[in-house]
Design a protein around this ligand. Structure first.
Ligand code: VG1
Ligand code: CO
Length: 539
């Protein structure tokens, strides 16, 4: 029986870079999750009889919100719900399921790289029929609906047994609990040469960070590729990720980094984030920046069966280094620059304009799904190592020798006061027009703007996507505020220096970026506005 429950709007349900992310305590307010889910359903046309995918990264609240969302889907007239066993679906696996099962969309329950547990973060993201994050016009419609919502629809059915694969009925609607791993693992096996990877005799270490990729890594890396079971660290998904930050960067995946820098390091190390869409790549003695990884994967992708026909184009988010652009140039294919967030890649992938996409935040992926994909990047790297017989370090050095090197780092100032962060950005915006031609910390500003993206497929425009200041010679600093945090503001400062082939390709990143760091301080007054004299995280 469908039941209508009266509710009142919350005024803080605006989706950010990747869905609605809040503290668990916020989500535990009466009807908070229900309001948002109903707003999503109200914004979806054609849901009657349609299939909906639901799954998440296993964090605290995952099962409870899934049960409520299933009842609401039945009451809202969906024809079928597919849900991952145990409530588990990595973000790329959810994207694949939406696409292969012809679903109208999916709810991905995750706050990704943010910590989990009763005092930490939860999130809900809606993906559309192409399997990708809802574009801005959809998230805007959802947000508008959250401001006026006065009822949600549900049923009185009991909870579904999420642990048993099979079909049950909820409010007259079939709910199918599916193996979360199998279809995704099959897709990976079609894209990559598993036999060659197996034969290469590589040693690896994969850190699943007690998050969603554990079961995927076990099936793919251990069962199908034959790597030793102890190659996987933190392989059990935990509701609180073992109290850690499931963010695969040099701070939160420090143990992996240290292991990879040790004399007895394995050939290849990698980590993924809470929901399995990010990747960190570290070869023995060689950390690969995510921007470089994108460029190196694009340059070598043809070595994997799924990309043997070549790439149609390469897309990167604006703050990602220009290393990938040089590869596109050499391949004679288009390079696209989009705002931060995977939702902007969907149209380019759907239109067949780009094959590989990436972000500096450790996100890489291709047109095989419509999300970034952590294990995909791991497997493409392994395929390249197997096909070339080279080490990660050798691939990196050869790449730089050919294309030059983009020294790169991101400085994050987390949990700063919103007013200070806003004032910093406003101050920069006000001075943009005067900056070209001036010299800052010894660097000459060539151009300065606030990035606006004009989507070449549908003409939509997204403004104010980050302040970028380009210096003579190809160096750059970008400033933007995070759209995924849940307390205060996070300022991200992206620093990049280009060193052409033949130059100093073996320098120390911190040293090579020192003058750009100084210029960033002089331009933005980071200390004055944030009260901090150093970043919280350097990646
Ligand atoms: C961050 C990253 C961005 C990424 C987003 C979602 O956004 O910078 O590149 O797409 O997280 O990734 P922001 O607005 O905080 O800079 V995930 O793995 O958290 O879904
Ligand atoms: Co993620």
């Amino acid at each position: 029986m469908t039941r209508t429950v009266e509710t009142t709007p919350y005024d803080d349900q605006k989706p950010g870079t990747s869905g609605l992310r809040k503290k668990v305590r916020v989500f535990e307010q009466p009807n908070y999750a229900e309001n948002f889910v109903q707003a999503v359903f109200d914004a979806v046309d054609g849901k009657a009889g349609a299939t909906l995918v639901i799954g998440g990264d296993g964090r605290y609240l995952n099962r409870s919100v899934i049960q409520r969302a299933i009842r609401m889907a039945a009451a809202n007239g969906f024809g079928r719900v597919l849900v991952g066993q145990g409530g588990i679906l990595s973000t790329p696996a959810a994207s694949n399921l939406i696409r292969t099962r012809g679903a109208i969309g999916g709810l991905v329950l995750s706050a990704s790289h943010n910590p989990g547990g009763p005092d930490e973060d939860f999130g809900i993201k809606y993906n559309i029929a192409n399997g990708g994050p809802a574009p801005e016009k959809v998230t805007e419609a959802i947000h508008a609906r959250t401001r006026t919502i006065d009822r949600y629809l549900t049923t009185d059915d009991a909870d579904v047994d999420l642990d048993a694969v099979g079909e049950t009925m909820v409010g007259g609607m079939p709910v199918e609990v599916v193996d979360p791993v199998a279809a995704y693992a099959d897709l990976m096996e079609r894209l990559f040469d598993f036999a060659a990877i197996r034969a290469a005799g590589l040693s690896i270490r994969f850190d699943a960070m007690s998050a969603v990729t554990g079961p995927y890594a076990r099936e793919i890396l251990v069962n199908r590729l034959g790597f030793a079971a102890d190659s996987i660290m933190n392989g059990e998904p935990l509701e609180d990720f073992g109290g850690h930050h499931p963010d695969p960067n040099l701070v939160h995946a420090r143990a992996l980094y240290d292991a990879m820098m040790a004399p007895d390091a394995p050939d290849f190390g990698a980590a993924s984030d809470g929901d399995g869409d990010r990747n960190l790549i570290i070869g023995r003695g060689r950390f690969v920046t995510p921007s470089d990884s994108l460029a190196m994967l694009a340059a070598n992708a043809h070595l994997a069966p799924g990309y043997a026909a070549g790439l149609k184009g390469i897309a990167r988010s604006m703050p990602t280094s220009a290393a990938a652009d040089r590869v596109a140039d050499a391949l004679g294919i288009a390079a696209y620059e989009t705002p931060t967030g995977w939702k902007f890649f969907g149209n380019l992938l759907d239109a067949g304009m780009a094959t590989i996409c990436g972000e500096e935040s450790a996100g890489t992926g291709s047109d095989h799904v419509r999300e970034k994909d952590g294990l995909w990047a791991v497997l493409l790297w392994l395929n390249i190592l197997a096909a070339t017989g080279k080490s990660v370090d050798a691939i990196a050095r050869d790449h730089w020798a050919r294309f030059g090197r983009n020294y790169y780092a991101r400085h994050d100032y987390e949990g700063v006061a919103q007013e200070g962060a806003d004032a910093l950005v406003a101050g920069l915006r006000a001075r943009l027009a005067q900056l070209p031609g001036t010299t800052v910390a010894g660097l000459t500003v060539e151009t300065a703007d606030d990035f606006a993206y004009h989507d070449p497929t549908d003409g939509s425009v997204s403004e104010r996507q980050g302040i970028r200041i380009l210096f003579a010679g190809g160096s750059r600093v970008v400033f933007r505020l995070s759209g995924t945090g849940t307390s205060g503001a996070t300022l991200r400062v992206y620093l990049e220096r280009y060193e052409p082939a033949g130059g100093d390709l073996d320098g120390d990143t911190t040293e090579r970026l020192a003058d750009i760091v100084a210029a960033a301080e002089e331009l933005a007054g980071i200390r004055r506005h944030t009260g901090r004299d150093r970043p919280d995280v350097i990646t």
